[in-house]
Design a protein around this ligand. Sequence first.
Ligand code: GLC
Length: 433
Amino acid sequence: MGEVMENNRMQWYQDARFGMFIHWGVYAVPARGEWVMSDEQISVSGYQKYVRSFHPEKFDADALAQLAKEAGMKYGVMTAKHHDGYCMFDSQLTDYTSVKYTGHDFIREYTDAFRKAGLKTGLYYSLLDWHHPDYPHYGDRHHPMRDHEEYKNRPYDFERYLEYMHRQIRELCTNYGKIDILWTDFSYDDMRSDTWHGEELVRMIRSLQPDIILNNRLEVSGEGFGSLLSVHPNITSGDFVSPEQIVPPEGIRNEAGEPVMWESCVTMNNHWGYCKDDHYFKPADMIIHKLTECVSKGGNLLLNVGPDEQGLLPDEETEILKQIGRWMKVNHESIHGCGPSGIGKPEYGRITRKGDHIYYHVYEGQFGGIPLPGIRRDDIASVRLLGKGNVRISDSWITSNYPELVFADLGDDPVLPDQTDTVIEVILKTCDH
Ligand code: GLC
């Protein structure tokens, strides 16, 4: 069936298929995305005015968890520290934290709320740090001070940064209960695996959180795949590939041709962190199609939200999640626990599958009947429309020229019951019958 063969540690993740990425931090104040410090070459002291005015009063982690749950998401991944270095958790290693500045440990609020809602909890942690004095400044590809001559001969001790970074990850893996995913971000130029002391880091993380799932970004970024695609991955390979802002055209396989787990991370508009002027939101029906596409290719979708400086989601994001939720309420069985079908993509939509249950996702109404490729009539135990009930198999002369193909007969109304994605479930007779 082309499913990734995984051990138990990965099972929940592979079944989940849909998660919420949460990019939130001080950058919500300037409201020009989370790269604002680098994009506008803002110094640490220049950034301080945003740090001081970040006092969110309306962040409601329980409400966010509920929204995620209703949208059919099974896990979250929230930024504990982004590239600006500001920590949304309680760290003993720096004063640059939300606890010191606002009195809130937002990561605690998030992990408590998501767990309470029955969702798995992941943390994002930036390997880059534009606040720490021992992170490379001048000449680095991304640092806000990369072009500033005054930093050229500045002495710094990268080992000291590494120690800080490792110890912060230790704090996150120790003080917040069971962490289901650690999403480190990201590697570039010669800043990768060995430079991060990656092997040591992974051993530490796995010793503290034996079941944790890691992305591949100790080796790469959204660009590149890393050693996870080789036949013998390195210890730093992580557990899944993390394509960014794209669904991989053919899913992802390793060098031996075996499917490898992946998760596409995607923004709802064109920014991760809150961006006041970006209203180019992807419509809910597009996201539903893309989620289905991910599942049909054996991957997950991690859909981003970017709360504003008060901690509220933009209205558009809430509305999109609610619309997705309305579809998921009826059709979740065709997503959760499903994967590739082993049947070619039909012209009208896509197919997902969970064992004997095959889900035909119909995006485009058909004249005459909906063809259900890949199955034989004799093998069918039942056919139904999710949320509606049984569906007849066509016996009409109209389809009789194609005796090899099964057609579902949706009745007299030519308009699809759900014009975004009408799901027809076929249950096959089990082999031992
Ligand atoms: C990129 C960006 C970052 C974002 C991440 C999410 O690597 O640097 O801002 O958090 O992708 O995938």
